[in-house]
Design a protein around this ligand. Structure first.
Ligand SMILES: Cc1cc2nc3c(=O)[nH]c(=O)nc-3n(C[C@H](O)[C@H](O)[C@H](O)COP(=O)(O)OP(=O)(O)OC[C@H]3O[C@@H](n4cnc5c(N)ncnc54)[C@H](O)[C@@H]3O)c2cc1C
Ligand code: FES
Ligand code: FES
Length: 483
């Protein structure tokens, strides 16, 4: 498949195998060994690159794990690797600071760390400590040089505060011409175009019409794999656990929307990444428990690519966005050539990782009604970031004069599909909020679930976690319950 993009300073026209990852392409075809390969599953950040795209607000650069990023998606973008962040022989201020503060020890993680910080500094030249920590949440330094790495990042922010001139040195001079040069790149074209841009069983439909043609005409629809951010699917492929036969890459579907608000609903379209959800003011205001779940998901480079719709479609029993979406009463909007249908999220999960999606359908959005409720999300994993949950849960309650009017409580990690704790919710409904009631609810929740024991936790441990989550939810919500 023929693609064109800017790689650091140079325009590249390449005929690529669409099944390749960007990491393999950059290292093996372009000889850019500053991009490191390590875990190959998004867990370490050694392979992070900066990916620039034109947006209405100008160029926008995001840190991305190149080990999970299909190379065909580079078309029309600006790819920046360690080799492209500085002018001529000068070190970039971040590189100089890493050297001065001894932030690079074995150096294997250093390239990804610098690229993650580079993207942060392009957005915010004087980041606060928490911004720096968040930008580095996808980077693992095996030599545990974290203190020196943080000092290096802080020292660049401090230099910019003292001398604004240095801000000009954060971006190499050649960056200024990139937007116009990207404009001259044509649309993705395939001379053999029949259904969509396609090569080697990799289809890139441009709109829903092309997508439905593929879904209708393909010989064996069960052999098709739809991908959005590809963060879930690509891990399986890289680990050799899953070999998709035909891929339909949804990233260019022009009808897919991002996030909008209308008629008492917030619609999160199939285009919206987890970062879009996290940064959205309306979502934060109306659905704080969803924002909290997304904040605790994955890492910055994964959230920059993974979609909320993808998380719902994985139907993973530990997917973090699902319990809050269930608690808020979300609906899945599904479309096929026959039209659109709406599936309440609570009816979406059929069995372990199986959903109500038909072979000829695609999810176009998640709709969430804006209701007046108090809600909370809890997740217990082994680490704060880059870890899947042992148990997660979300609670949404409506309270009238100190009494629970409605209660919706959902757990992940306790059954093959996300689990509604109906007995606990029923017990709480109509009760007056108070310590004894909450402790009794936590005992009911622990009894109500029958989780499996596995490497992440035994049945007893998960029951205890479920009970603890109830107490944590109400401890958090307690001040608001009596307002
Ligand atoms: C390092 C790492 C850390 C992670 N951490 C977390 C975590 O903390 N919590 C968590 O919940 N998840 C986590 N994940 C899993 C994953 O990133 C999320 O589930 C993500 O939201 C998936 O979105 P995606 O767009 O990448 O989905 P994809 O990988 O593109 O697709 C996922 C599934 O959804 C289907 N699909 C995608 N889009 C559509 C559509 N529009 N219509 C129909 N079907 C569709 C695909 O066919 C596939 O079955 C992690 C993954 C990695 C690699
Ligand atoms: S190689 Fe570890 S995140 Fe890509
Ligand atoms: S410096 Fe050694 S892994 Fe980070």
């Amino acid at each position: 498949m023929k693609i064109s993009f800017y790689l650091n300073r140079d325009l590249v026209h390449a005929d690529v195998d669409p099944h390749l990852t960007t990491l393999v392409y950059l290292r093996e075809s372009r000889g850019l060994t500053g991009v490191k390969e390590s875990c190959n599953e998004g867990d370490c950040g050694a392979c992070v690159i900066a990916l620039g795209e034109r947006t209405e607000q100008g160029m926008c650069y995001h840190a991305v794990n190149s080990c999970l990023y299909p190379v065909v998606r580079l078309h029309g973008k600006h790819v920046v690797t360690l080799e492209g962040i500085h002018d001529a022989d000068e070190l970039h201020p971040l590189q100089a600071a890493m050297e001065n503060e001894h932030g690079a020890q074995c150096g294997f993680c250093t390239s990804g760390i610098i690229l993650s910080l580079f993207c942060l500094f392009l957005r915010n030249a004087t980041p606060a400590n928490e911004d720096i920590l968040q930008a580095l949440d996808g980077s693992l330094c095996r030599c545990t040089g974290y203190a020196s790495i943080l000092r290096a990042a802080r020292s660049v922010a401090a230099q910019v505060r003292m001398d604004e001139d240095i801000e000009n040195h954060l971006t190499p001079a050649y960056f200024s011409g990139i937007p116009e040069r990207l404009d001259s790149i044509d649309e993705l074209i395939d001379e053999n175009r029949k259904l969509a841009v396609a090569a080697r069983d990799y289809f890139i439909p441009e709109d829903l019409h092309e997508l439905f043609e593929i879904l209708e005409n393909v010989d064996n629809p069960s052999k098709l794999t739809l991908i959005s951010g590809d963060t879930d699917i690509m891990v399986g492929v890289n680990l050799g656990k899953f070999q998709p036969q035909k891929i339909v890459d949804l990233h260019r579907i022009r009808e897919f929307t991002c996030i909008s608000r209308d008629n008492g609903l917030i619609t999160i379209g199939a285009r919206a990444t987890l970062s879009d959800v996290l940064d959205n003011e309306e979502v934060r205001r109306s659905f704080p428990a969803l924002t909290e779940a997304v904040r605790q998901m994955c890492s910055t480079p994964i959230r920059n690519v993974a979609t909320l719709v993808g998380n719902v479609c994985t139907a993973s029993p530990i997917a973090d966005a699902i319990p809050p979406l269930l608690a808020y009463g979300a609906t899945v909007v599904v479309q096929s050539i026959k039209g659109t249908r709406q599936v309440p999220l609570r009816d979406w999960f059929k069995s372990y990782r199986k959903t109500a999606l038909g072979h000829d359908e695609v999810v176009v959005a998640i709709e969430i009604p804006i209701i007046d409720c108090l809600a909370s999300f809890e997740k217990t994993g082994k680490r704060k970031t880059l870890d899947i949950a042992t148990v997660n849960s979300a609670l949404a309650v409506q309270v009238m004069k100190g009494h629970f009017e409605t209660v919706r409580l959902f757990f992940g990690g306790v059954a093959a599909v996300p689990f509604e704790a109906e007995m606990t919710s029923e017990f709480l409904t109509g009760k007056e909020a108070g310590e004894a009631v909450i402790y009794e609810a936590s005992r009911i929740a622990a009894k109500e679930i029958s989780p499996l024991s596995d490497v992440r936790g035994s049945l007893e441990f998960r029951r205890q976690l479920a009970a603890n989550h109830i107490i944590k939810h109400f401890t958090k919500l307690m001040p608001s319950l009596f307002e």
